[in-house]
Unconditional design. Structure first.
Length: 104
């Protein structure tokens, strides 16, 4: 398997968790949002700007990406755009069966 294939598969899995149970009018926009979050996290994590991630930078990349995906998920759940989630908005993000939303 190539790295790009694995990266796409991981991105799709992250997207599924990040947006679980949340209706998205344009699924393509969700993928673009995740791709933008990945690019921003990479640029932020690449402390020396060499276009590569060292082990330390990679560890930071994971944290940054999770924060960015959390922000995306929060924005999608915040349907009234007031910057806060009601219990109803939070529950709309739960997958069928009433399970809690994913941890990230």
């Amino acid at each position: 398997m190539t790295r790009s294939f694995l990266r796409r598969r991981c991105s799709m899995a992250l997207l599924a968790f990040a947006l679980a149970g949340v209706a998205v009018a344009d699924p393509g926009s969700a993928f673009r949002d995740v791709a933008a979050a990945e690019a921003a996290a990479f640029a932020e994590a690449d402390a020396n700007g060499d276009g590569k991630l060292t082990w330390e930078e990679f560890a930071n990349y994971g944290t940054l990406l999770r924060q960015k995906l959390d922000a995306l998920r929060f924005a999608r759940l915040d349907t009234d755009g007031d910057g806060a989630l009601t219990e109803e908005e939070l529950n709309m993000g739960r997958p069928a069966g009433g399970l809690p939303p994913p941890p990230f």
